[in-house]
Design a protein around this ligand. Structure first.
Ligand code: GLV
Ligand code: MN
Ligand code: MN
Length: 412
């Protein structure tokens, strides 16, 4: 094996590939809109597959549309060392969230080829379908099916706002693969990602050694009031679904503040029906996203919210149906994988710190079935899920080099 200072990825090539991928679904403000299983997602997948085939990989696609590009090992019967992330983005997403983790994996493969390095275990680069949870909820659905959290039928039946399902859209874009989902051994899984928060940049640290992710609970609320005329309907008798929703928005914020700084609480989506300025809103669909690294605190947030939502329904004279659609326990990553990331950062003399992920990642699901860790790099001003999301090329390069070393340690 090539040792020490010769062992490096090609940072310029990785950056150029990121910028090439960012042209697919580029937005005017410099970001990306490549929603899961749209034609643009297909274009991104096709480009990734072409690049992997050019790098000598074989491609497999499973029934959730997860793509696995494989570089064979010297002993190809051994379980693979895997890396990867997602190519789908938020509607006003950036160029790095997800894509970096996928293309850093491809760059590891390309660099191993350049350096003529064979690994004992095969290397695989994964693209997980619908990580963002923006078009189809819940998020990270396909890595969750892979890890056995949901069954395949549930995953394929998840529908977007127009009622189109993941299964139908996979067929339509040609990524409904033949492979069974999951149920296979992975030696180790690493995911490289921008931090999506301000800690690393504020502390002038290059590498975040990720020890785990906080827990998440996602909810959907259907608020049923009664449409009626904005003029003749007296205030005391109204059943205003939007007023109830506004009270829930305030409540969610109060719950978040009561659990700050670790707890986070967000209403990100609100659909008002009929959305006409002289009709009292009769129906609202809304979402809640709760996060906390401590499961007990997260459970308290859940209980507080449920109690208060019931009170709001009564006070507002509406019906509120509350459905929990995701429950991700905080899960510590594998100590040995965390140590591999730390060692790689230390060997390369990068500044580093241990960090808990605020965002959800496919790695959080894979951690249930394989030894897993993540590598974070800073992003400018800690901003993500935003078109201005940005990262310095030297950070991109550094994270790729840490990934290369961590994977090589596990693959030999
Ligand atoms: C994924 O981006 C999440 O953390 O919601
Ligand atoms: Mn992501
Ligand atoms: Mn994201």
């Amino acid at each position: 094996m090539t040792e020490g200072h010769n062992l490096t990825i090609n940072g310029d090539r990785l950056w150029d590939s990121l910028m090439e991928m960012a042209k697919i679904g580029a937005t005017e403000k410099g970001g990306n809109c490549r929603l899961a299983l749209t034609d643009l997602d297909r274009e991104g997948r096709d480009l990734f597959v072409r690049w992997c085939e050019e790098a000598g990989c074989t491609i497999r696609v499973d029934k959730m549309g997860n793509i696995f590009a494989r570089r064979p090992g010297r002993n190809d019967d051994l379980p693979p060392v895997m890396t990867g992330s997602h190519l789908d983005t938020q509607p006003t997403g950036g160029r790095f969230d997800g894509v970096y983790g996928v293309l850093a994996g491809l760059e590891v493969v390309r660099s191993l080829n350049d350096m003529n390095i064979e690994t004992e275990h095969p290397i695989e680069v994964a693209v997980w379908t619908n990580e963002e949870g923006s078009r189809f909820a819940p998020s990270m659905i396909s890595s969750a099916v892979f890890a056995g959290v949901y069954d395949l039928d549930y995953g394929l039946a998840c529908a977007d706002a127009d009622g189109k399902t993941i299964g139908e859209e996979l067929e339509r874009i040609g990524y409904a693969g033949p492979d069974e989902v999951g149920n296979r051994e992975i030696k180790a899984f690493f995911e490289t990602h921008i931090e999506q928060g301000p800690i690393l940049e504020n502390e002038d640290i290059t590498i975040g050694v990720v020890t785990g992710a906080q827990g998440q609970k996602w909810y959907e609320l259907d608020i049923q009031g009664q449409e009626s005329h904005a003029g003749p309907t007296p205030m005391p008798v109204r059943k205003d679904a939007l007023l109830a929703a506004a009270r829930v928005v305030e409540l969610v914020n109060q719950v978040g503040l009561a659990h700050a700084p670790d707890g986070c609480a967000t209403v990100g989506m609100l659909n008002v029906h009929p959305n006409s300025r002289n009709v009292i809103p009769g129906h609202v669909f809304m979402t809640i996203d709760f996060r906390h690294p401590d499961p007990t605190q997260l459970a308290t947030m859940d209980q507080t919210m449920r109690g208060a939502v019931a009170e709001i329904a009564e006070r507002s004279q509406v019906e509120i149906e509350l459905k929990q659609i995701m429950d991700l326990e905080p899960l510590p990553f594998d100590e040995a994988c965390v140590a591999s990331v730390q060692k790689a950062a230390d060997d390369l003399s990068f500044s580093s710190r241990r960090i808990v992920s605020g965002a959800g990642h496919d790695a959080c699901n894979i951690a249930r079935v394989a030894p897993t860790s993540m590598i974070f790099i800073p992003c400018i001003d800690g901003i993500s899920h935003n078109e201005v999301e940005d990262a310095k090329p030297e950070w991109i390069h550094a994270g790729g080099n840490v990934l290369l070393r961590a994977m090589l340690e596990r693959a030999n």
